[in-house]
Design a protein around this ligand. Structure first.
Ligand SMILES: Cc1cc2nc3c(=O)[nH]c(=O)nc-3n(C[C@H](O)[C@H](O)[C@H](O)COP(=O)(O)O)c2cc1C
Length: 204
């Protein structure tokens, strides 16, 4: 069972990485193979809308995205984490999700006539188990969480639930204080348990 966490924070060891790591640690204890990719400092540009992935079956922009995408493909479970930036995911994570979502779809499908009904053959993310994690000082969790849910549900992923939304409250004045949100810590432990159980049920 391979679990990949992606932290969209531009702060490498910030609160988002900390909450994701809590889930990964719990899953590693249960025997999962885990990896955390921090988007901080990576060379990543946004989707250029070139549509070349339809023919190329991959994103043709050569930067750090390519290695990240390979790790996504190899993972059974994906933790998509972002700090809330103006009520949204960060630009770094948006760049990855736009490029992964588009090229991951066209890697498995052909473009048809504009008006024809599609019979999709899935995406490279089909049946991956996904959980959003968002972190905010105060406001914007729901919108940011929904952005990640919308990405997962349009890309043929299976979203795992929890006993609360996977949110952490941290970072007032830029503080690195994820651990102080004890409720958030408990939520991450609950998420690990549920994601592990679901993946085991799926035979991973
Ligand atoms: C540019 C910017 C925009 C932010 N926007 C919000 C916001 O809309 N709502 C909020 O509650 N916190 C906001 N924050 C605070 C961060 O979400 C918070 O500090 C978080 O813990 C940072 O996570 P990190 O340590 O993983 O980077 C913002 C921070 C920055 C730098």
């Amino acid at each position: 069972m391979k679990i990949l966490g992606i932290s969209g924070s531009p702060r490498s060891d910030g609160n988002t990485s900390a909450y994701i790591q809590m889930v990964l640690d719990e899953m590693a204890e249960r025997g999962a193979e885990v990896e955390l990719i921090r988007l901080a400092g990576k060379n990543l540009r946004g989707c250029t809308g070139c549509y070349q992935c339809i023919e190329a079956k991959k994103c043709v922009i050569e930067d750090d995205f390519q290695a990240i995408f390979q790790s996504i493909i190899e993972a059974d479970g994906l933790l998509l984490g972002s700090p809330v930036y103006h009520s949204s995911i960060t630009a770094e994570l948006k760049a990855v999700l736009d490029r992964a979502g588009f090229s991951g779809r066209w890697a498995m499908n052909e473009m048809k006539e504009k008006d024809s009904a599609y019979t999709w053959k899935g995406t490279v993310f089909s049946d991956k188990v996904v959980a959003p994690i968002t972190v905010a000082r105060r406001a914007g969790q729901n919108f940011t969480f929904a952005q990640l849910l919308l990405w997962a549900t349009a890309n043929d992923c299976i979203v795992v639930g929890n006993n609360y939304w996977n949110v952490g409250v941290a970072g007032k004045g830029g503080a690195f204080d994820a651990e102080a949100d004890t409720e958030g810590v408990g939520i991450m432990k609950g998420l690990a348990e549920r994601m592990y159980t679901l993946l085991k049920t799926m035979g991973k």
